[in-house]
Ligand binder design. Sequence first.
Ligand code: 8GP
Length: 812
Amino acid sequence: MDLRQGIGPRRPGKTADEFQQDLLSNLFYRRGTTVESASARDAYETLSLTVRDRLAERRSRTAAAHFATNPRWVYYLSAEYLLGAQLEQNLLYSDTGDLAAEAVKTLGFSLEDLEELDIEPGLGNGGLGRLAACLVDSMATRDIPAVGYGIRYDFGIFHQIITEEGQTERPDDWAFHGNPWEFPAPDDRQTVGFYGHTEPIPGAQTRKRWVPGEIVLGEPSHMLVPGYGTETVNIVRLWRARGSEASFDLSRFSAGQYAEAVQEAVRAENISKVLYPDDSTELGRELRLKQQYFLVSCSLRDIIRRFRLRNEGWAEFADKTVIQLNDTHPTIAIAELMRLLVDEYELEWDEAWSITRRTFAYTCHTLLPEALETWPVHMFERLLPRHLEIIYLINMLFLKEVEARFPGDHDRVRRMSIIGEEPERRVRMAHLAVVGTEAVNGVAELHSKLLRETVLNDFAELWPAKFQNVTNGVSPRRFVKIANPRLSDLITEGLGGDDWLGDLERLAGLEALAGDASFLERWRAIKRANKVDLAAGDPDSLTDVMIKRFHEYKRQQLKLLHVIAMYHRIRADPSADWVPRTVLFAGKAAPAYHAAKEIIRLIAMIAARIAADPVVSPYLKVVFPENYNVTLAERIIPAADLSEQISLAGKEASGTGNMKLALNGALTIGTLDGANIEIRARVGAENFFLFGMDAYQAANAHQQGYSPWAYYEADGELRAALDTLRAGTFGEAGQRVAASLLGRDEYLTLADFRSYVESQDEVDRAWRDPQRWARMSVLNTAHSGFFSSDRTVSDYAARIWRVAPVPVPKEG
Ligand code: 8GP
């Protein structure tokens, strides 16, 4: 009999008194201070610990239930997580908001004061990282046993400063004051090797010994991920690199060589020092490949450790484990699992390969060829010599299969190889990801279709059943309930309950209210109040938002051409009845992406020019709140009237901002790209402002001799806008943007301009009828329930992971 059974700590209480008591205990015993001397930060930390305790109790029950069930576990491997602020979400998910608001008053603070101090771990760049955060939220909400693995970067996505000069970057030391939400787990530390050489093992065929030249420690900590409306609490486990004991050179230190004494440790710790701040492009740097292998190596050993706690042998590994690769960043996991199984656990190659393929699944998040990761073979060979050997063998066996299926088709073999030969030999990670997994998915219908038809066409022909679509989704808790409390209350009232937060398709019930004048009136009043809170411009103007990373394919420059056209129209006829607009841009550009930074600089110039123009400024205002992050998104989205989703068709894999905005009642002006298509199909074409060419037209345009000049010549308004830029009215930034548009115009901005402006005119007409606009807005919310990440997770669970929920029993 296990004497420890049934023994556990005192459970955190449920009453206001107990919460209060726990808060005070934490203040005294864990923070080490008193009520009289507690600072705001003391209060914040203490409150966070008190809330965390409640989640920790649920976590212990979750772990027990999972362990007892021994289910198939989902392991989500992602180099990025944009988790957003933690306090409000954890209050909501532990249902302690009211208790907390009362209790912190005794410390002399309001909940709002303390929320100001909350951390936002910016451990991601954009859509891909935020999607990871929404998915782990929804996995817990849907009671799926899961762990999210990632890297605990010391510095997250840079802090952006906007001046008239454009964007500058500052480091983001997000945990400078500590992170009360994090549990260190030093006992689960892992050892990771790099460099070195391989040695044959006498008598062994495929087994080899890898002797690494550098050893780094991976130290994990985790944050709790509670489900909404359920007992489950999963975790995100983040790895931080540390030098081993041997990396500190005591003799050099004693000799006064302080920098040299720690240089090896510093080199090790640099691995998790900073998030690479690029988005949708590949960045070939050895440190980045090191980060990827570091994440993968630590996580796989942890996954295997967890498996072996509950199971013997390997026969069941793939039945108990599914590892989802969030884009190609963690794809080296395929070679690493092979290495562990073959070299360390001494399985036969074929058995190891069968396990590996059944364990992994891969999500692709892009269509841009430049975003598909490849690594120079020579770099790979130096850093991960054994993995390269394994990849060569995987590739050889794979290409044999291709040859057998398509005899004599040498070109196909060359195209499909995991090793690209031109212009230099490189490892193609996306190919490895397709070859080594059981399922491959895109993130919206169109994206998945284009993956099959273009980038991964050869693979889709070989293995059609492997390819699937799982349309992205977003957390309705964070992006409606927390971000937009006013609207949430009205929805709850309108639907007669808040079940919609866990079952978002229930929003469809709002359709019945879309004809109710008093409901529409309240709906509009809420939007206005949210605009007042945002304080970005006149709350009665049309708030037109474009919030996303800066990238030429997303076409912020198209929006700017429209702004300039409006500027000209107003100046030409100042007394006409213009619809006042506040155009809000927010987003970051990769620090090395000069063209994108140029566009930010141009926005800053245009904003200043318009603000200083007494004729135009009553009708048009351009604002650029700096440092777009999850917290800022939560303020802007509820205040938006119009959502700009204007990427060139065929370039945006899905988009998730489009979903967040539609859910909050913004109307979309958009192209037939990514998930826009699915949004339009659901909310209705009459409630969506469509423009531009489709993906097939766009794909052919350059081949068919596309000439930006032809559009310039043919369209007077476009010509005037471009001429203003060319003349230097908006500085060199404007001239350079115009030169790029009239040069190649890679993303066909000029071709879509006229159709865009016409659609914007239609927006103005709709806006002039407030009843009509409000009705369209309600219908957007009502029909966006599909875009919950809970539905996304259920799709993955049913079609890709083949896992079932494991409910966690309630306390007692
Ligand atoms: C983004 C896509 O651009 C966006 O459309 C989608 O909504 C989001 O992923 C979530 O699926 N993709 C990336 O951020 C991306 O591809 N990043 C790295 C691979 C370079």
